[in-house]
Design a protein around this ligand. Structure first.
Ligand code: MFK
Ligand code: FAD
Length: 538
């Protein structure tokens, strides 16, 4: 009780403190949406409000509860009857209700901000995410499932029997009412493979009423407390896998042919009920065309991969926020840490790389919004010229941004931990707990496609479409923009690097490209980041 006690570092409002986020909001939203306004529903007012809520003591208590009370399965009833009830913590549930109330996903589907809906939504998601105990995992899949169902509902070929089923699910995935809202799972991975799902063993047989009976084994299911899922299974009449929608529970509340074999014991994401599942006669509904399941589920993947990128950036930012708060109060050699150039240099380097990654992330998020909601009328220099270009750029940016931000955040959080010295390695109060963020961040490069798999996807985007040509068009336009003279050297360097990358990508055999695609993808990502930073500096 005596002697020296370190002054407590404190986090401030997570929007007000995040100067680079504010710059991106100014840069990627039009003036009418990016200005502070008295309207409490204006984007900036919403960001500020969430910036305060996300660090409220009760939110940290919910995270703590969610982390300390891991999910468990009550296998049997008192007299031995199989029960299989999945229990999650009160804190986890509260974090989910908060997400619904704040419209962390719903904002996109409410479409108040037109082409900019994704920027507004993902800014909210970014502010909420580091305080979510990774509730953002089910939220990501909820968003992606809503998108798949929305596209199905817009299709004139959707059968009249499936329409009300998909409509009900879509409404529940997109409502803000915490009492009735749903989340969704996404089941692809099986024992035979997660990156390559071609040897999947789950089967689906059509029933007389048009629905399917699905049986098999799913090796990883993260959102096991969700009300529905999208999954892949094999039908007897198609070579490729098919995609299905299935509720997890039947109307009487019993499982829809699902048995939790076990919950996974994981390094992190402790609050998330990741399970291994056995399916027996699960009732499902075919999504889209039979045998084209990978294509339909790719729509999901392309949304969840953007979520993964924004999650990475939000963890990175929280790590930096904690490291900076600490540097303000911790003294060594009788000076606050931030006044020591060596320590400050370390923080500055982390901040610069963070900013480059944020640019790539916001660019991708903006294009996703344009792809879904249409191109804005007013053009800015970073924007594609038309929707075709947007789609092609987005196709290649999505795997790129997921892989590079996920790799970056793991390293960045290790650095942020070290910035706190020994305390960085401890399980601190949640406000300062980099350990939780670090544990959770390590899954970000693995799920939703590993780094290798995503770099193979970059090559797929190049060989199966015109993404390389579109990228070349965009990059060349940026280099040709007449900007500030002081940036000409950076432009010339980027142009030369891009020239090398492009001629390599165009000249190599597919086999050689596949062997080298990881380095190639990182180089491409660096050029795009550099180009965006130059545009921003102009
Ligand atoms: C908090 C953070 C948020 C995230 C939370 C997530 C929680 C965790 C959830 C999971 O981890 S879910 C499981 C995630 N699993 C993966 O990401 C799988 C990784 N593997 C791949 O991505 C493979 O590339 C893939 C399984 C898609 C490859 O399968 P195939 O059977 O070899 O696909 P193929 O034959 O190359 O392509 C089939 C069709 O899909 C083609 O179209 P066509 O039929 O028209 O020719 C492809 O062009 C198309 N396709 C494949 N990938 C695509 C795509 N289309 C668009 N975008 C893509 N990314
Ligand atoms: P493998 O595919 O066997 O990969 C092993 C190694 O081989 C990796 O390093 C990979 O990069 C490399 N590799 C694979 N293919 C290639 C290639 N073509 N070229 C070069 N290298 C290659 N899945 C779901 O479906 N739903 C979920 O909800 C879900 N939740 C998860 C939650 C957690 C916490 C975790 C850890 C995983 C979850 N997964 C989920 C599974 C996850 O998506 C897979 O683990 C991941 O896609 C990798 O698949 P795999 O484990 O089969 O590894």
């Amino acid at each position: 009780t005596e002697g020296f006690f370190q002054e407590q570092p404190r986090l401030g409002n997570q929007y007000d403190e995040d100067l680079y986020l504010q710059r991106l909001v100014q840069g990627y939203l039009p003036t009418e949406l990016s200005q502070p306004s008295a309207d409490p529903e204006s984007p900036v007012a919403l960001f500020k409000d969430l910036g305060a809520k996300t660090i409220a003591p009760e939110v940290f208590r919910w995270i703590d509860d969610a982390e300390k009370h891991k999910p468990y399965v009550e296998e049997l009833a008192t007299f031995g009857k199989p029960k299989g009830v999945l229990h999650t913590s009160a804190g986890w549930k509260e974090l989910g209700k908060m997400a619904a109330r704040e419209g962390i996903i719903q904002t996109v589907y409410e479409n108040r901000y037109g082409p900019y809906s994704r920027i507004v939504q993902f800014t909210k998601y970014y502010i909420y995410c580091p305080s979510s105990a990774i509730y953002t995992c089910p939220l990501a899949m909820t968003d992606a499932a809503a998108r798949v169902l929305d596209l199905q509902l817009r299709s004139s070929t959707l059968s009249t029997s499936k329409r009300p089923v998909f409509q009900e699910a879509f409404v529940k995935l997109t409502t803000r009412d915490p009492a009735t809202c749903w989340t969704s799972g996404q089941w692809m991975t099986e024992r035979a493979g997660g990156s390559d799902v071609r040897n999947s063993e789950t089967t689906a047989f059509q029933q007389s009423d048009g629905t399917y009976s699905i049986s098999g084994h799913k090796w990883f299911s993260s959102a096991t407390d969700s009300q529905m899922t999208m999954l892949l299974a094999r039908t007897p009449t198609a070579a490729g896998l098919s995609c299905f929608f299935a509720p997890l529970k039947l109307e009487d509340g019993s499982w829809n042919g699902v048995r939790i074999v076990r919950l996974k014991d994981k390094l992190g994401t402790r609050a998330l009920p990741t399970a291994e599942l056995e399916l027996k006669d699960m009732k499902g509904y075919l999504v889209g065309e039979e045998g084209k399941g990978v294509k339909y589920i790719s729509t999901m993947l392309n949304i969840t991969r953007v979520h993964n990128a924004v999650s990475s950036m939000s963890f990175w930012r929280r790590g930096l926020a904690i490291a900076k708060a600490f540097a303000k109060v911790r003294k060594t050699q009788n000076k606050e840490l931030w006044k020591i150039p060596l320590h400050l240099n370390g923080l500055a380097k982390l901040e610069v790389v963070f900013r480059a990654n944020m640019q790539l992330t916001y660019f991708t998020v903006a294009l996703l919004g344009f792809d879904e909601h249409g191109m804005p009328e007013k053009k800015a220099p970073w924007m594609p010229t038309e929707s075709g270009e947007t789609g092609l750029l987005l196709r290649v940016l999505t795997p790129l941004v997921k892989m590079i931000t996920a790799k970056g955040v793991v390293n960045a959080l290790a650095e942020c931990m070290e910035c706190l010295g020994g305390v960085g390695y401890l399980e601190n109060e949640q406000e300062l707990n980099i350990a939780r963020l670090y544990r959770d961040a390590n899954v970000l490069p693995i799920w939703e496609g590993t780094t290798n798999v995503l770099s193979v996807d970059v090559i797929r985007a190049f060989t199966k479409g015109d993404s390389l040509a579109a990228l070349n068009g965009w990059v060349t336009r940026v280099f040709d923009t007449q900007g500030h003279r002081s940036l000409n050297e950076a432009r010339a360097e980027l142009r030369a690097t891009w020239g090398d990358i492009k001629s390599f990508a165009e000249s190599v055999s597919n086999e050689e490209a596949l062997a080298k695609c990881r380095d190639l993808s990182f180089s491409i990502a660096f050029v795009i980041m550099g180009s965006l930073l130059v545009l921003d500096a102009d």
